[in-house]
Design a protein around this ligand. Structure first.
Ligand SMILES: Cn1cnc(CNC(=O)c2cc(-c3ccc(F)cc3)cc(O)c2O)c1
Ligand SMILES: [Mg+2]
Length: 215
């Protein structure tokens, strides 16, 4: 049967990128998605905003919801300080299989723990299973209707604490209206919109950065 789009994206990485060089993996994916086939990676424009926030925050404990092909995983992992812990959750096993290879090609497999399964099932188990107490940064890029319930669950599990930064992709396109209303209206979050574009297009989209102020 015909290869899936993630598998074709992986072939583009293997054909163009240099083993162990994260930037070449990022460049290969962006080239594939801009000139061959669009794919729902955060992309280079929003990716640069993501880079700046990771560098500024220098987070020790990072959670990513929605690995997809591992593009944002590589963008984040390449900037983390030594000893940082990075967990990325992906529901779709086919995406997870491609992401493992993309992360491996970038030489970042030792920095990332890719966990397969539903975020709702895994969030309550992160503390006892991975020994993580709280997250400094959570990047939300999975199903858009899951952003709000998963955020609430992270709060309830005490994995979001004073100073935790939530960074959400696609708050305009496809949109996450209930999540946006929650973080923008809540007295417990200081929220800010970084205007950009939907990956590889001229359509408006952006990232919402929300800092938890504590209860
Ligand atoms: C199936 N699935 C597994 N993971 C997910 C979560 N990601 C998305 O849904 C997602 C979708 C889009 C998008 C798709 C079509 C369109 F016309 C415009 C935008 C862009 C993104 O950046 C995304 O993250 C979905
Ligand atoms: Mg996205």
């Amino acid at each position: 049967t015909r290869k899936s789009r993630p598998q074709r994206l992986l072939k583009a990485v293997e054909g163009k990128a240099t083993l162990g060089d994260p930037q070449s993996v990022i460049t290969a994916i962006d080239h594939f998605c801009r000139h061959k086939e669009w794919a729902m990676n955060v992309g280079d424009e929003k990716g640069s905003i993501l880079d700046s926030l990771v560098i500024e925050l220098s987070p020790v404990n990072v959670l990513e919801l929605g690995t997809y092909c591992g593009y944002s995983t590589v963008r984040i992992a390449r900037l983390l300080p030594p000893g940082a812990r990075f967990i990325t959750l992906e529901f779709n096993p086919d995406y997870a299989a491609v992401a493992r290879q993309v992360i491996g090609w970038a030489g970042l497999e030792d920095k990332v723990q890719l966990v397969e399964g539903a975020s709702g099932d895994w969030i309550p188990r992160l503390r006892e299973h991975f020994g993580v107490q709280m997250f400094d940064l959570v990047f939300l890029d999975h199903w858009k209707d899951q952003y709000l319930p998963d955020t609430k669950q992270l709060e309830e599990c005490g994995l979001i604490q004073k100073g935790t930064v939530l960074l959400a992709d696609n708050v305009i396109c496809p949109g996450t209206p209930d999540y946006l209303k929650y973080v923008r209206n809540s007295p417990h979050y200081d929220s800010r919109y970084y205007r950009s574009h939907l990956e590889y297009t001229k359509v408006e989209d952006g990232l919402e950065k929300s800092v938890f102020l504590g209860f």
